[in-house]
Design a protein around this ligand. Structure first.
Ligand code: HAM
Length: 422
């Protein structure tokens, strides 16, 4: 039997993880300058955290969660997203009592039982950030700016779509107006949208069905129903984005697939992705902390798929830094091969990246391997070098070769390491 990784999941091999680590490094650098601290929560949580947090009527909760019962009979779920777990943790550890604003970020795997396709997996990875404690539009603008900065640093061009989805003071009136409109076209809507007309009418605007889209083209939009507070908040967020020079498109039909949003909702989309064009999305969720039994606490956040980001980078032939050994040691006979192994260990103890042959290959094959790996220097040692305790050191970039005494090798490479060895 040939075992394979489960459908919708992927192995990341060393050539892949090098790109991932590079991207994660940039995310962490941006998080550091914005002063966000990393939070790591468990991979699974009690199912109710997601059901209550994300909303029973959403696709995620309704169809996509990996839920199981443990031996104690508790219903647990592999996290499909991180906002609800972060808020659970925020409440559990009373983080709100320690500072006026908690700025948290995460990077890690999420799980959704969706139909796999390009850019859509069952285990995927998100990076995201949550700013918990203030309802100030500067927090909305900061969250958007961080995503913008990460994409800019990676040279990714994307479109920011933004909307306000109102709050409990104005959404019910909009919901009613939308429901009235949808009832007028009810018979022609897809069965899914018919059901949602009753349960979650705003999600009908997000239907992928072309006929639903056509029928709802002239549906009322939330922006016409915003309370003055929500309207002010939206205007101020946009004004901040204007002054920061972040371009955006107002999309009055943008509704996100999770129910916790209030006021600002946004998405970054990329033309380099196919039908799964959302690079990332987020928004404000002022009711979630209370929804999960905490004190009313405003918050705003964002999360993005790392696989989708990498798809875009690969498409535009992004040049990832390549990792290469500083030194490749070539031994010519048994004695020099043994020396090469011991010397490699000493190099490594001194922080010098060293590689060598483990397969007893010829000198020519070893040189070829050193080239392939992109080693900056090659050390050649045979019988006569062993006798004189002196190695031949070849600079593969300049093509020059010089003799270096065995006991000076570490110092030789340490000084070069600081200068030019990558
Ligand atoms: P979301 O829109 O469900 O939001 O997911 C955010 C991003 O995760 C998507 O835009 C996409 O890039 C990626 N993603 C989602 N599902 C998959 C999948 N099956 N395969 C590959 N990538 C996927 C949230 O998760 C919210 N928690 C965002 C947020 C944070 N809102 C406030 N704070």
């Amino acid at each position: 039997m040939a075992y394979k990784s489960v459908k919708g999941t992927k192995d990341l091999l060393p050539a892949d993880t090098a790109s991932w680590l590079h991207v994660e490094g940039i995310i962490r650098e941006v998080m550091d300058v914005y002063r966000y601290g990393e939070i790591r929560t468990p991979i699974f949580e009690e199912t109710t955290i997601f059901a209550r947090g994300i909303g029973e009527e959403t696709d995620i909760v309704g169809k996509e969660m990996y839920t199981f019962t443990d031996k104690g009979g508790s219903s647990l779920t592999l996290r499909p997203e991180m906002t609800a777990p972060v808020i659970r943790s925020f409440i559990q550890h009373s983080l709100g009592e320690q500072t006026a604003l908690n700025k948290l970020y995460y990077i890690g795997p999420m799980f959704r039982q969706e139909r796999p396709q390009a850019g859509r997996y069952r285990q995927f990875h998100q990076f995201g950030f949550e700013s918990i404690g203030q309802d100030n539009p500067t927090c909305d603008a900061e969250i958007i700016m961080m995503a913008h900065d990460i994409y800019r640093r990676l040279g990714i061009s994307s479109t920011l779509k933004i909307n306000s989805v109102g709050d409990p003071s104005c959404r019910p009136q909009y919901r009613e107006a939308l429901q009235d409109f949808l009832k007028g076209v009810y018979d022609d809507l897809s069965p899914e949208s018919q059901r949602r007309t009753e349960t979650n009418p705003m999600r009908v605007l997000d239907s992928k069905n072309p006929q639903d889209q056509e029928l709802t083209r002239n549906a009322p939009v939330i922006l016409d129903y915003l309370s003055s507070e929500c309207n002010e908040h939206f205007k101020e967020t946009l004004a901040l984005l204007d002054s920061l020079g972040v371009p955006y498109e107002i999309d009055p039909r943008l509704v996100r697939g999770l129910d916790y949003y209030t006021k600002t909702a946004f998405e970054f989309v990329s033309a380099d992705l196919g039908s799964q064009d959302a690079l990332g999305g987020g928004g404000r969720y002022d009711g979630l902390v209370q929804q999960l039994d905490g004190k009313p606490t405003p918050a705003v956040g964002f999360a993005a798929g790392i696989e989708r980001l990498l798809i875009v980078l690969e498409k535009k032939a992004y040049e990832f830094p390549v990792s290469a050994p500083s030194v490749y040691l070539v031994g010519m006979d048994d004695g020099s091969r043994r020396w090469a192994f011991e010397q490699a260990i000493s190099f490594r103890s001194s922080g010098i990246a060293a590689e060598l042959d483990y397969a007893g290959r010829s000198v020519k094959a070893q040189m070829r391997e050193a080239n392939k790996l992109g080693a900056r220097y090659v050390i050649l040692v045979g019988e006569s070098e062993m006798a004189s305790s002196t190695a031949q050191v070849k600079d593969m970039k300049e093509g020059e070769q010089e003799e270096v005494a065995f006991d000076e090798l570490i110092a030789y490479f340490t000084s070069r390491n600081n200068e030019d060895v990558s």
